[in-house]
Design a protein around this ligand. Structure first.
Ligand SMILES: [Zn+2]
Ligand SMILES: [Zn+2]
Length: 130
């Protein structure tokens, strides 16, 4: 029954009011990992919106011009986010040049969103099991 995900000692629950307990646990774990040096852009949860990343990555607050996250430098334009919850696919497309910027930060963001989709889906499946 034990989860292989975390081996560290359980962190104190920072989000006791969140209905999604799996989200709360993941968010707490990532908060602590971030304190220990995890790149905040590797997170699958969002501390600002208290959601899975793929659920709020379309928010303007996830556009970071300085780093280039969700940003097309060629067009100086925020990327549009398309999340397919069924296939687990995530696409970031520039609404002006209609391409996905081929750079490290865009790939990183897509990877984090896919991770969050997978984690959220896993939680749902577990809840459904009798
Ligand atoms: Zn967010
Ligand atoms: Zn563009």
């Amino acid at each position: 029954m034990s989860s292989p995900v975390t081996t560290a000692k359980p962190a104190p629950d920072r989000y006791p009011d969140l209905a999604d307990r799996r989200l709360a646990a993941t968010m707490t774990a990532e908060d602590h990992a971030e304190d220990r040096g995890l790149d905040p852009f590797e997170r699958t949860t969002c501390r600002t919106h208290r959601r899975w990343l793929h659920q709020c990555v379309a928010s303007p607050q996830h556009v970071v011009v300085i780093t280039g996250h969700r940003w097309c430098r060629d067009c100086a334009c925020a990327l549009t986010v398309l999340v397919d919850e069924l296939t687990g696919d995530v696409r970031l497309t520039c609404p002006r040049c209609r391409t996905t910027p081929d750079n490290r930060v865009t790939r990183q963001l897509v990877r984090a969103c896919r991770g969050s989709l997978a984690a959220a889906a896993e939680g749902r499946d577990r809840t459904r099991t009798p």
